[in-house]
Design a protein around this ligand. Structure first.
Ligand code: AMP
Ligand code: ZN
Ligand code: FE
Ligand code: FE
Length: 280
């Protein structure tokens, strides 16, 4: 069983539609794929419809934008009821804030490079959750940079003068909402210094107390030297070990299945959750 629980589609900042993602998952020989778009579950229905044809099972999830003591972090929520009022409010608030934030970043960028809001809108499919990767794609389309990676290095990283933050709720609150809606929560890429400040080790205890289920240990953005400590902390707090690709399609080098989560962990997850994995 090969399980990759954390990926993105065009419902947020991935480059493949949910249907294309499911086909890619089949070509990558995955048995189960998790669709975890940023602050939206809009891709769930289309991905579920592709389960019978592709033979790949679907784990429904979402990557929540959150913060812990002022540090931006991501929390994966799995198998929760997405009609829950608090979760709907979360999505609406964060997605609205992401639009204002992207506009503000483009305004700053436009002072120095040829790019405008229309260029960014042209990169966003439908009602997708907007993020910096869409600004990166606009910079690529204008020939300012060659790749998303170059756009992040030169213009979009949190240390850049063009960077503007967006609203995000407390991670402890997010964990509470996910559990209340019948799901479980996992701390995504917790030791990724190139994404910005990382939380201190005490944070894991606070999040565990709030009901965190697992930690994404096997992820390409976690600093390799932090893995032994992550393993120790997760074991001592009884947090499940997750691994995933964080696949975004053509936008990033991450390949489907480059990291995986054990069937035992996914079984323990589903036993505690309201929704089920959708099998072919
Ligand atoms: P945002 O949601 O606007 O904060 O943007 C975060 C997204 O940008 C994440 O999904 C990352 O996958 C993506 N990202 C972060 N750093 C890079 C990079 N160096 N190259 C490509 N994508 C990146
Ligand atoms: Zn993303
Ligand atoms: Fe993330
Ligand atoms: Fe992600």
């Amino acid at each position: 069983m090969r399980i990759d629980p954390h990926t993105h589609s065009t419902a947020s900042d991935g480059t493949e539609t949910p249907t294309q993602l499911m086909t890619s998952a089949r070509h990558a020989a995955l048995d189960v794929v998790g669709l975890t778009d940023h602050d939206t579950t809009a891709g769930w229905g289309e991905a579920a419809a592709a389960v019978p044809r592709t033979g790949v099972a679907l784990l429904r999830g979402m990557e929540f934008s959150a913060r812990h003591h002022g540090i931006s972090i991501h929390i994966l929520g799995f198998l929760f009821d997405d009609a829950d009022a608090d979760i709907q409010t979360h999505c609406r608030r964060v997605r609205e804030s992401r639009v204002g934030r992207a506009r503000a970043m483009v305004e700053r960028l436009a002072a120095d490079v040829p790019v405008n809001w229309e260029d960014v809108v042209a990169q966003v499919s439908g009602n997708a959750t907007i993020g910096r990767p869409h600004i990166a794609d606009a910079l690529v389309s204008r020939g300012v940079v060659r790749t998303r990676a170059e756009a992040f290095d030169r213009f979009l990283n949190p240390r850049s003068p063009y960077y503007v933050p967006h609203y995000a709720p407390r991670a402890t609150e997010v964990i509470h909402w996910v559990k209340k809606a019948g799901g479980e929560a996992v701390f995504a890429h917790p030791q990724a210094p190139q994404r910005g400040r990382v939380v201190p080790w005490e944070a894991f205890e606070e999040l565990a107390q709030a009901g965190l289920f697992g930690v994404e240990i096997d992820h390409r953005d976690n600093a390799p030297e932090s893995i032994p400590c992550l393993e120790k902390v997760a074991a001592s707090l009884h947090l499940a070990r997750f691994g995933a690709s964080d696949y975004h399609g053509a936008g990033k080098p991450n390949r489907l299945g480059e990291h995986a989560t054990s069937p035992a962990v996914i079984e323990a997850l589903t036993e505690r959750c309201l929704l089920e994995v959708i099998y072919p």
